[in-house]
Ligand binder design. Structure first.
Ligand SMILES: NC(=O)c1ccc[n+]([C@@H]2O[C@H](COP(=O)([O-])OP(=O)(O)OC[C@H]3O[C@@H](n4cnc5c(N)ncnc54)[C@H](O)[C@@H]3O)[C@@H](O)[C@H]2O)c1
Length: 439
């Protein structure tokens, strides 16, 4: 099946600036990691754009280029980094505090990392209750704050000689909010900015500033942010690519591996209890019930949407699913996640599976940040605007068009991602039908 696209992809010439609200554990592990890879000090394990391949044509054609050789991605040498945080620590100090990467590795990268100093943040304590810091902007109203962010973006672009920018939210998880009237249209949102409407979150001011300036935006946290009609209207109006939300790492990543496997074999699941201990700043923020609720929503929805209890009531209608996160400082960024899964087979006979995942959150998240910024930049150069559903692969709560349920099965997500790349380059899509090998 051939589906040639009419996509023209502008070349990845010049520098790509990566702008990051929230220069904490994930952001600094990402920046330091890219710098280490550039210098040959490490391998970008976990990154599809750097290590992944893509099959083209028939299995007998032996065409399997690396993804980065197949589509024109920005090379790592051409990336510049900047960001905002409420703390004044530069990227080196923040990385040391995050205690993710070894001190010896960070010492080798100190000069480059120390030069990345966070710009003053737009912050609202009502949205993130457990932390506060001195490096904040002040303004007469929320519109003035959003405009100050736009000034930062323009200034960063100029001083770093960038030809293009991408923004990715790596800030703390904001408190749980449902969209309200102010989020329903761009006009009401802009009115809300001028009136400092309390329902407009800081992450939405960053997203607004980015989209106004034509900068693609990804959301690594579960907050609403661009998942609102107002900001999606702005993205479409200004032809900007957006995606989100909440990086799919750790326990939820494991769920999206296992649950499709149970369903594929028509095995039942009666219970799934997930608990976590983690001791980083993210864990501290998630101690607040409002921030935890935001996280819980994306974590809980995954199973329901993969298992489809409406279609398979005998297998999943009574599934009991619970997720807990506890802040436990001694572990730092090294999280431990336990899952107890009660499944059942033939004639309803019960079985149990236990998973104990001693994972490193930021080590899992950093390559996703890299892939997302490179793919979003690619999408933008290919003229793809609005929600980029093909990037669902990276998210716990993938954004979709209104009324469309999200696809959570990671293998379907990967097929969709790769087929999108094939489509962009005018290659045949791969359906895995394969009858032609037996003709
Ligand atoms: N690490 C993972 O595997 C993973 C997975 C999914 C989602 N996330 C999300 O990614 C985000 C970052 O995680 P982390 O471990 O780096 O957390 P972190 O606490 O180390 O870093 C977040 C940083 O954001 C800053 N911040 C908060 N509000 C801000 C604002 N309005 N403007 C600018 N800076 C602001 C904080 O000061 C902090 O330095 C969190 O929301 C987390 O829930 C992480």
């Amino acid at each position: 099946m051939s589906t040639p696209s009419n996509v023209t992809i502008a070349p990845a010439s010049g520098r790509l600036g990566i702008l990051i609200p929230g220069m904490g554990a994930v952001a600094t592990t990402f920046i330091a990691g890219v710098e280490a890879v550039r210098r040959g000090l490490g391998v970008p394990v976990g990154s599809l754009t750097q290590l992944g391949t893509i099959r083209l044509g028939k299995r007998t054609d032996n065409r399997t280029p690396k993804i980065k050789d197949f589509v024109p991605l920005a090379p790592l040498e051409c990336l510049s980094f900047g960001g905002w945080d409420i703390y004044e620590d530069n990227a080196y100090e923040a990385a040391v505090n995050a205690r993710v990467l070894d001190a010896a590795l960070l010492a080798q990268l100190k000069d480059t990392l120390s030069a990345i100093k966070p710009m003053k943040a737009v912050f609202d304590h009502e949205y993130v209750k457990r932390i506060d810091g001195p490096n904040k902007k002040s303004g007469a109203d929320k519109m003035e704050l959003a405009e100050a962010l736009m000034d930062d973006i323009r200034e960063f672009k100029k001083t770093n000689g960038c030809s293009r920018l991408v923004m990715i939210w790596c800030g703390s998880t904001e408190t749980f909010k449902k969209p309200t009237a102010v989020h329903q249209s761009l006009a009401s949102f802009e009115e809300g900015l001028r009136n400092s409407d309390p329902d407009i979150a800081p992450s939405q001011m960053y997203a607004y500033a980015a989209l106004k300036l034509g900068v693609p935006f990804a959301n690594g946290a579960p907050n609403l942010t661009t998942d609102t009609p107002a900001l999606q209207e702005l993205a479409r109006q200004n032809n900007v690519a957006i995606c989100g939300k909440d990086f799919k790492t750790g326990q939820t990543y494991m769920k999206t591996l296992l649950a499709p496997g149970f369903k594929a074999r028509m095995l039942g699941v009666s219970g799934w209890f997930s608990t976590n201990i983690l001791g980083n700043r993210d864990g501290e923020v998630l101690e607040d019930p409002g921030s935890f609720k935001t996280k819980e929503e994306t974590k809980l929805s995954v199973l329901e949407q993969i298992l489809q209890p409406d279609l398979y009531p005998e297998l999943y209608k009574d599934l009991y699913h619970a997720v807990r996160i506890n802040y436990y400082p001694p572990r730092g960024d090294s999280k431990e996640g336990w899952d107890n899964i009660d499944i059942f087979g033939w004639l309803g006979y019960p079985m149990q599976i236990k998973i104990d995942f001693l994972c490193r959150d930021s080590i899992l998240a950093a390559p996703l940040v890299l892939d997302l910024v490179l793919f979003l930049d690619l999408a933008q150069r290919a003229g793809m605007k609005g929600i980029q559903e093909w990037l669902s692969f990276y998210f716990k709560g993938p954004m979709t068009a209104p009324g469309l349920y999200p696809e959570h099965d990671i293998f379907i997500q990967l097929m969709k991602l790769k087929n999108t790349l094939r489509w962009m380059q005018g290659e045949d899509l791969i359906t895995h039908l394969g009858l032609e090998y037996y003709d």
